[in-house]
Design a protein around this ligand. Structure first.
Ligand SMILES: [Zn+2]
Length: 292
């Protein structure tokens, strides 16, 4: 049963939680030019973790969206097929986790085209969603996404519970007010580092800095849950997007905490929704995330 970008999600007044998993695999470390055995093995662990995550989701009947780089699809075809067979939505996430702003125009176009072909082949349909590797997009990214019929992006942080349209061509002169560009048809389903497992949990020693991570997952999920509770209280039909990485969340103590979090969110009457269904709802004119 593969995910079909189906009918739009009906607006649930208590709100929606979108669970997204960026299945980066080794490509995350390739982006950092950390391709010796140890960092690559950290990426490999993502492939170990995905089946565990799929079981956790299936046990609860919870939908999810996986953003998968083309490189991961080519490296772990069987695991990626499991994601599709589990009924999860799959969106684009670059070919080898390239940072858009550091690519030339032709490099960005090539990576987008190649990743699109691989996702399309995997899911048997054109993907409707995109998350930028390392979370940044350029004007060209927006143009390429629209050119390829992609409906939504999830790389920006301009709101928390409300989808919005991505602008193209903003100008930020140093000594004058911002000049916002016009809205494009691309729908933004915003995320935030505050709702991402990576900075909370992942320890990384870079050459010049340490990212400490290794927080208690219960503390991270207390933050996540607080955002859901505020949404339920103060927002009508909000959409809260959470970002996970299999190579990060897939360890025992973290999976236990994830299970508790999913149960707590369900107890609040919040619907779990695939991001594609929310985007379809926005396209159909439904209004999500109205502050009350
Ligand atoms: Zn990623």
């Amino acid at each position: 049963m593969s995910y079909q970008p189906t009918s739009p999600a009906a607006v649930n007044p208590r709100g929606h939680a979108c669970l997204s998993f960026d299945f980066d695999g080794p490509s995350l470390w390739m982006m950092r030019k950390m391709t010796t055995a140890a960092p690559v093995s950290r990426g490999e662990f993502g492939a170990v973790a995905v089946p565990r995550i799929l079981r956790t989701l299936a046990d609860r009947g919870v939908p999810a969206t996986f953003f998968i780089p083309g490189h991961t699809i080519e490296t772990y075809p069987d695991v990626c097929k499991m994601v599709v067979d589990a009924g999860c939505e799959v969106g684009l996430h670059g070919y080898a986790h390239e940072m858009n702003a550091l690519q030339t125009e032709s490099e960005e176009r090539a990576a987008m085209g190649r990743s699109l072909e691989l996702v399309e082949e995997l899911i048997g349909a054109a993907p409707t969603g995109y998350r930028a590797p390392a979370g940044d997009i350029t004007n060209q990214t927006i143009e390429l996404l629209l050119e390829h019929g992609v409906v939504y992006d999830s790389s920006l942080m301009g709101h928390d519970y409300q989808p919005y349209r991505v602008r193209v061509g903003d100008e930020l002169p140093a000594e004058a007010a911002a000049r916002w560009g016009p809205e494009s048809p691309l729908i933004e389903l915003p995320w935030s580092w505050t709702n991402d497992d990576y900075p909370y949990l992942e320890f990384v020693a870079f050459r010049r800095m340490i990212m400490p991570g290794l927080a208690r997952p219960e503390d991270m999920f207390a933050n996540f849950l607080g955002d859901v509770e505020w949404m339920v209280r103060d927002v009508e039909g909000g959409v809260a997007t959470f970002v996970f990485h299999p190579q990060v969340i897939g360890r025992g103590h973290r999976l236990l905490a994830l299970e508790d979090f999913l149960d707590q969110v369900a107890d609040l009457g919040v619907h779990f929704s695939a991001m594609g269904d929310i985007a379809a709802g926005v396209s159909a004119g439904l209004e999500f995330g109205v502050e009350t």
